[in-house]
Design a protein around this ligand. Structure first.
Ligand SMILES: Nc1ncnc2c1ncn2[C@@H]1O[C@H](COP(=O)(O)OP(=O)(O)OP(=O)(O)O)[C@@H](O)[C@H]1O
Ligand SMILES: N[C@@H](Cc1ccc(O)cc1)C(=O)O
Length: 372
């Protein structure tokens, strides 16, 4: 595959930005085998945002010849008090439910589940002096104000009473980028600030220096679009606010989980925020886009509609659907029906897994307290 085709795969939807495209092009031109990573906190059931949106980019990267890695961020989850702050439970869930679910999703999206490396955070740090020196070196090269700036709105508002753990978290996340030699750190756009820190220290640290053919490089950050929560009730006023309004696994009513039944999906989509003609931050349109317009279509998508409302509509691209919706030619109820059915089809293999061999994992998860 030539460089421009690889670049097109990496840049296509749901990618929102790459810092920077020029740097990525150069790295691809060198022909060096690049590493990627995306990290997840272990905090509850996997939803379409973390599962389908993130993994669809992982599959694109696999196809572009990049070595992909998923970090199961157990220590970070514990720092953030996820799953009741019980580290043992966090680890068990990470290496069972999380790994198996991600593998099933990668397969359902047309990727190779065995081509992605899964790394448990604490395994990466175990007996690893180089890692601790790297972490200390990162803190030597960052200021409090830089770290504060990288926090969520909530963290920044806490002032002096902020738990110290929240300030330790960003340098830890930055260390992961280098400890995993991830030339392409990836996440939703809400991870941007952490990746900027990584770029700021890249040429200063002495441990795990990131080099390609003997030349120091900055990690090239890749950010995908965030799927809004189903239950938002207004448009976010900024990108920052969208991060607070994303579909989130610790807010179950905001999310469609990858194991949800067809009936759950129909009900959740039917209740979702979807104002007529509104195409920005519309979770239903976004769900349709990820479900049926990720790949170039070989046949048109058919949006079923009763004869009395004008009959079926055909579309080859997401842009066509978006334009028709903006012009009021598609009613929210018809969009919701079509989206629910498309999602049900996409998730079918994952659901089948959880009805069969994965049922035990799901049962175990249901008995675990999910905390935010
Ligand atoms: N709604 C979403 N759409 C797209 N990507 C998402 C979404 N939610 C999380 N991600 C991405 O998944 C990765 C892991 O995020 P994270 O583990 O915080 O998920 P979360 O659902 O927000 O969990 P929690 O509710 O525990 O904070 C990040 O890169 C994040 O940007
Ligand atoms: N910060 C990510 C999780 C994460 C943790 C460690 C990393 O190295 C990367 C990502 C989140 O908000 O969910």
């Amino acid at each position: 595959m030539d460089v421009e085709s690889k670049l097109a795969l990496i840049l296509r939807y749901p990618t929102e930005e790459i810092l920077t495209v020029e740097e990525l092009r150069e790295l691809l031109q060198v022909g060096y085998r690049l590493n990627h990573y995306i990290g997840f906190e272990i905090s509850g059931f996997i939803h379409i945002g973390t599962g389908i949106v993130s993994m669809s980019k992982v599959v694109d990267l696999q196809k572009a010849g990049v070595r992909t890695q998923v970090l199961l961020a157990d220590i970070h989850s514990w720092l953030n008090n996820k799953l009741g702050g019980d580290l043992e439970t966090i680890r068990r869930v990470a290496v069972t439910y999380y790994v198996e679910t991600f593998k099933k999703i990668i397969e359902a999206l047309g990727g190779d589940p065995d081509a992605t490396r899964f790394v448990l955070g604490s395994d990466l740090y175990h007996h690893n002096d180089e890692y601790w020196l790297l972490l200390m070196d990162i803190t030597r090269n960052l200021t409090l104000s830089q770290v504060r700036h990288s926090l969520t709105i909530l963290g920044r508002k806490m002032g002096e009473s902020i738990p110290l753990a929240y300030l330790v978290y960003p340098p830890l996340q930055v260390a992961d980028v280098f400890a995993l030699s991830a030339h392409i750190p990836h996440g939703g756009i809400d991870q941007r600030r952490a990746h900027i820190l990584a770029r700021q220290v890249a040429d200063k640290i002495r441990f795990y220096p990131m080099e390609v053919n003997g030349r120091r490089i900055k990690p090239v950050a890749l950010h995908h679009r965030l799927l809004p929560a189903l239950n938002i009730s207004t448009k976010p006023s900024s990108k920052e606010e969208l991060s607070e309004m994303k579909m989130s696994k610790s807010i179950p009513q905001s999310a469609i989980f990858v194991h949800d039944t067809p009936e759950d999906i129909r009900q959740k989509v039917a209740r979702a925020y979807c104002p007529p003609r509104e195409v920005e931050y519309n979770p239903v349109l976004e769900l349709l886009r990820i479900s049926v317009f990720r790949e170039e279509r070989k046949e048109p998508f058919v949006l079923r509609r009763p004869q009395q409302y004008g009959g079926d509509i055909e579309a080859w691209s997401y842009e066509e659907v978006e334009a028709m919706y903006r012009e009021g030619k598609i009613h929210p109820a018809d969009l919701k029906n079509a989206t629910a059915e498309a999602l049900i089809t996409l998730l079918e293999p994952v659901r089948r897994y959880f009805q069969g061999p994965g049922a035990k994992l799901l049962e175990e998860m249901k008995n675990i307290t999910i905390t935010r």
